[in-house]
Design a protein around this ligand. Structure first.
Ligand SMILES: [Zn+2]
Length: 393
């Protein structure tokens, strides 16, 4: 399926532009007209992180006339392994500002619009409506569903990508011509089922593999060339080095873009819809949560506690709270590790940020360990409050 160009061509290219884009202009399928369309295009990149970095850099180099960047985060040292639009001197700086500075260095002819804010229910329509196309580089399900819903409600196409460890996926969602994200994934995964990149890691270069697919598709849509990835899902396995293209059909029963939609407006609360923490875990932590400071006090006072680190072995290698025993969450949830837990000591669970330990706490309480508690904020809180010399990862 080919689609008409998304953008009308600009009136003309300047001499500077002809020189700069000459390698595009001599491709017959792009040509002067295609480049003029890119010049007139307005593309919004949601997130200037792993996917947003290569996407923004190549969109800028390609001569997309206006690039919007929405990101409220600041650059952290742990971003630099993959977020190549930022550098050492940008650590601590707003990601949107840092990305804008890099874009100006790559191509000063590009106009950059900075949205230094969190995308939310109240601003998403107003921001999206200013652009022809959205590139989604978000890393969490709540924002992803909101991006999808807003794009469908506004009739905008968007290029989606996702990355985890060695695996990547990409697609173009455009309800007018094909499926939306909800057709592919009607329900968010249960809380705690799919680890984030912060929990599970991501190979840095994977961002380039998926981000470049996103830019490729964006350019095709804007200029109306080739076959867009509408109705197709690219699945990339970096370990096998395989790309597979899977057909995705529009779901006639899709609650958003199907024949009888029941979702006709943005949801009230996407965090709630995706459930950052399961109901069981939310209940389990009530009156069973201690702070890192309290844990330290218990340790210093010689209280008889059994401290369990429910993260994965690789994380335990990087940094650990003194005295912690490693028992990954999965072994607690499955019940496999329960026999290794003492019945007569105060059990204290912790993970990296407090989400996984809350899930494990729910399982422990259900198994009869009524007095077990977990540490709010996990290792990250410990580092912040007790030992800032340890590496936050
Ligand atoms: Zn749909």
């Amino acid at each position: 399926m080919s689609l008409p160009p998304l953008v009308e061509p600009a009136a003309e290219l300047t001499v500077d532009e002809i020189r700069r884009y000459s390698r595009h202009l001599i491709i017959p399928d792009v040509g002067v007209e295609g480049q003029k369309r890119l010049k007139n295009a307005r593309v919004l990149c949601v997130g200037a992180g792993g996917l947003g970095s290569p996407a923004l850099m190549y969109l800028a180099a390609a001569g997309v006339g206006t690039l919007g960047i929405i990101d409220f985060d600041t650059v952290d040292e742990s971003n630099l392994q993959r977020q190549i639009i930022h550098g050492v001197s940008d650590v601590g700086r707003s990601k949107a500002e840092s990305a804008a500075a890099s874009i100006r260095e790559i191509n000063p002819l590009v106009k950059v619009e900075i949205h230094n804010t969190a995308l939310d229910r109240d601003n998403v329509r107003e921001i999206f409506s200013q652009y022809d196309l959205i590139v989604d580089g978000t890393d969490n399900f709540a924002t992803r569903y909101m991006v999808n819903d807003a794009a469908v409600l506004l009739g905008k196409p968007y290029v989606w990508g996702s990355i985890y460890r060695f695996d990547g996926q990409a697609s173009v969602f455009w309800a007018e011509h094909g499926p939306c994200y909800r057709c592919l994934y009607p329900e968010p995964p249960p809380p705690g089922m799919v680890p984030s990149c912060a929990e599970g890691g991501v190979l840095g270069v994977l961002c380039a593999s998926i981000g470049s697919i996103q830019v490729n598709e964006a350019i095709k849509l804007l200029a109306g060339i080739g076959e867009p990835l509408v109705g197709g899902l690219m699945v990339y396995d970096a370990l096998e080095m395989s790309y597979r293209k899977i057909k995705v059909r529009k779901d006639p029963d899709c609650v958003l873009c199907g024949e009888n939609p029941t979702v006709t407006d943005l949801l009230e609360d996407y965090e709630d819809f995706c459930g950052a923490v399961s109901v069981e875990a939310q209940e389990a932590v009530v009156d069973s949560t201690i702070t890192a400071l309290e844990l330290k006090e218990w340790q210093d006072a010689g209280k008889d506690i059994f401290l369990v680190d429910v993260r994965e072995p690789a994380e335990y290698e990087i940094v650990r709270i003194p005295g912690a025993t490693l028992i990954p969450k999965g072994e607690i949830i499955s019940g496999e590790a329960l026999s290794r837990l003492p019945q007569d000591r105060q059990i204290v669970l912790h993970c990296k940020s407090g989400v996984r330990s809350a899930e494990a706490l729910a399982a422990l309480k259900a198994a009869g360990f009524r007095d077990a508690v977990h540490v709010q904020g996990g290792v990250l809180s410990w580092i912040k409050q007790i030992d800032p010399a340890l590496p936050a990862y």
